[in-house]
Design a protein around this ligand. Sequence first.
Ligand code: HMG
Length: 386
Amino acid sequence: MKIGIDKMAFATTDQYIDLRELATRRGVDPNKYTIGIGQDRQAVVPPTQDIVTLGATAAAKLLTPALAKRISTIMVATESGIDNSKASAIYVKHLLGLNDFVRTVELKEACYSGTAAIQFARGLVAFNPQETVLVIATDIARYGLNTPGEVTQGAGAVAMLISAHPHVLAIEPTTVAYSKDIMDFWRPLYATEAIVNGKYSTNVYIDFFLQAFTRYQQLTGQTLADFAGLVFHLPFTKMGKKALEGLLGDRTDAVAQRMRQQLHASQVYCRQVGNLYTGSLYLALMSLLQNGQVKAGDRLGLFSYGSGAEGEFYSGIVQEGFTTALNDIAADLKTRHQVSIDQYERFFNGRLGMKSADRQFDLSHDRRPFVLAGQQNHQRIYRRQK
Ligand code: HMG
């Protein structure tokens, strides 16, 4: 039985900053951001958007009334949780208007938990092939104004249906998970922004990739030549290049060249949006499928990384009809508008955060389908607008 990703959709906010402008404001050479880090634009999050509204927006793009009825479980993977007890998946389920006979849960392990959700969903579908699981990887990457990590912020959600009739990627049985207790990036309960040991985190990422990929090759007997391309978790686009070059070294043969071209195709959307934490690997997959040289039957390798740290390398076979099973991301990104650095900073400081006071947001500037209207009696108030 094939099990895998049947449909995918991506949603981000409708606003962005140009990172050349941010560089100028921070007194940095813009080439450092666009070439050294490899990012051009960054999603800006107004206080009326959060992981629930972004996740619901992504999911609404892929659900038809018939598909909605088939969903047995919603798993939200995030490290930007809005409550220490209640799962954001329950809010998402409510906003989507799904029936009550649905299992709802939230998962956490930094950027890795989207992959964990997919693997757990595979298990549920293997037990009961009638089930369709909705996996939503949704996050807001925040490091703080004027920090080295600021240029690698971003936001967005990728929603995926996992079923026994995959039209995007049939996941292959061999997967390699690799974990170690490492302090490269973490966010204590009292902090709204992550604490990060940036350079160390990039080295740990590369090491985890090489460990997982080497073991995958030992277990399967496959080599790089068996892959049409590799897809990486992209906290910023240069990170994927660092990892791939760590594997390729000075190779210039046809396989190595193919890997470099496909990496480039997988980076297109990350460059425009930034880090999605849990969703970044899956946005990179969509980017490769829409901008790379990929056909049905090709094998793709996926490397998932979450600080703390956990990595996983697994593979899948691209399915017939994949082009129509994804939303048109390039078209969606064209509808965004640019905001000034001042506006971005106001939004950054204006979000609900960890404050307990009642608050009511002005919704007149947010025409997105789902919005966070405010907070009352310690409860978040969400609205469906369309
Ligand atoms: P930095 O201090 O800005 O680094 O921090 P830098 O000064 O070394 O500059 C970065 C690159 O720009 C270097 O290139 C410079 O040479 C280049 P590299 O040596 O890396 O190839 N550069 C220039 N290039 C062209 N023109 C110029 C110029 N000047 C410099 N004028 C860092 C960079 C990524 C560390 C920082 O932004 C950061 O801490 N980011 C957040 C952490 C992160 O993203 N880590 C990635 C691995 S961990 C991960 O993926 C997990 C994560 O997603 C979280 C989770 O799991 O939940 C983060």
